[in-house]
Design a protein around this ligand. Structure first.
Ligand code: PAF
Length: 284
């Protein structure tokens, strides 16, 4: 595996792979890699011949008061994991490569879908996320990119952005693949933030997935789904939201209709903010 820090070297590696007729697969990450990321890598490998993983902790998607500095960083360990998983390139740029001082990278706006739930809790987060994702797509020019379902609202926004960029001719067609959430045996969704949970906080954190699974089983009535889920949430978890939403638009819904729905949750456990969700099939 090649560890690349500069856009120039990245471009050379991509150009060479393309000249050999290879399809480029891309997994954008902020590092502190775990099995969830590695499952996205294996999806990329299944659909492409040359896989690039980026590790960049994007300052634009952290707002004031959020711990950009404390976000876990472990590039040495990440590089080892990606080498073991036969990734071709680990692209770990500096902020200067992503946001150069000598030309302006257009800041994207996430719009209405970016203002609710995660967007409401973290103002500006999705604008920063879309800005960096679009910039990374410009640099890597992948044929396919892989994102994790755990960040379902992020997936919905990236899908929206990509569709509109491809429709307008701003970007060549490329595919998005969505990897299912990887969980511990307890049900806890893997997240880079989990390393900051103490043992007792981890027990509390496990109640988020228990709540979601119970809610998803509870039937087709929105209130029953939510109250069943709430009943299983550990009282030590500080709930931010628990909502049944349409899986595409993220509009709240009161019951399961013909379209897929998602039960989404965010809660603070100790100093760690956790999110999770489950997909609930529509009733045909
Ligand atoms: O999901 C993440 O880790 C980040 O939001 C992403 C997509 C790498 C953009 O910084």
């Amino acid at each position: 595996m090649k560890l690349i820090h500069s856009n120039k070297e990245l471009n050379q590696a991509i150009t060479q792979a393309r000249s050999q007729g290879k399809r480029i697969g891309f997994v954008p990450t902020m590092g502190a890699l775990h099995k969830g990321h590695l499952s996205l890598v294996s999806i990329a490998k299944a659909h492409a011949d040359f896989v690039v993983v980026s590790v960049f902790v994007n300052p634009l998607q952290f707002n004031e008061g959020e711990d950009f500095d404390k976000y876990p960083r472990s590039i040495g360990q990440d590089a080892r994991l990606l080498t073991d998983n036969q990734v071709d390139v680990l692209y770990a740029p500096s902020a200067q490569e992503i946001y150069p001082k000598d030309f302006e990278i257009p800041r994207l706006l996430a719009g209405a879908l970016g203002e609710k739930y995660e967007g409401a809790a973290r103002p500006g987060h999705f604008d920063g996320m879309l800005t960096v994702v679009s910039r990374l797509f410009d640099l890597v020019k992948p044929d396919i990119a892989v994102f994790g379902e755990k960040d379902a609202q992020q997936v919905a926004l990236v899908t929206q952005l990509l569709n509109s960029q491809i429709r307008s001719g701003r970007r060549s067609p490329m595919a998005l693949k969505i990897g299912p959430t990887v969980r511990e045996e307890s049900g806890l969704a893997l997240s880079s933030r989990n390393v900051r949970l103490s043992d007792s906080e981890k027990q509390v954190a496990q109640s988020l997935s228990r709540a979601l699974f119970a809610g998803a089983k509870a039937g087709s009535n929105g209130e029953t789904i939510k109250s069943t889920a709430l009943g299983l949430l550990d009282p030590e978890a500080k709930l931010e939201y628990l909502e049944l939403v349409d899986a595409l638009s993220f509009e709240p819904i009161s019951s399961i209709g013909p379209n897929p729905a998602r039960l989404i949750i965010a809660a603070q456990v100790g100093k760690v903010r956790l999110i999770d969700n489950v997909l609930i099939d529509g009733k045909k």
